[in-house]
Design a binder for this molecule. Sequence first.
Ligand code: 4NP
Length: 150
Amino acid sequence: MTRILMVCLGNICRSPLAEGILKSKLNADSFFVDSAGTANYHTGSQPDRRSIAVARKYGLEIAHLRGRQFTVNDFDDFDFIYVMDESNYHNVTRLARNEDDTEKVNMILNEVYPNQNYDVPDPYYGGDQGFENVYKMLDEACSVIAENLS
Ligand code: 4NP
């Protein structure tokens, strides 16, 4: 089993979408995909209604997901940790215990644009178009991840 964790700040907008999208591209018998937030504001919450809506628009159901906070144990439980932006990168890697932990963490858009460190912008305070943009970015990145892993 290869285990992949998607991480953002709240675990209600970007990372649940990334989780749903990547799951849809991988065989569940061989890959476990989860998501988490660096903050604990939305522990136990459903994804944002705008993330649920854009996922449904593209045929994915993510309404059953619930928010949880990233913990140091996630370095043991996952093989690959994808963060959405530079702030997530710092919040996750500062919990790393060693070089192996740090090496598991990558910015998700570097899968599409290597070494550019582009952010998936936080759509929380914007409108629906922000969620559409985030969906497209994540779909592209998850296609590359799935191709490389399969
Ligand atoms: P996410 O978006 O990190 O993509 O889940 C956010 C959701 C909530 C908040 C910030 C970002 N918040 O401040 O509550």
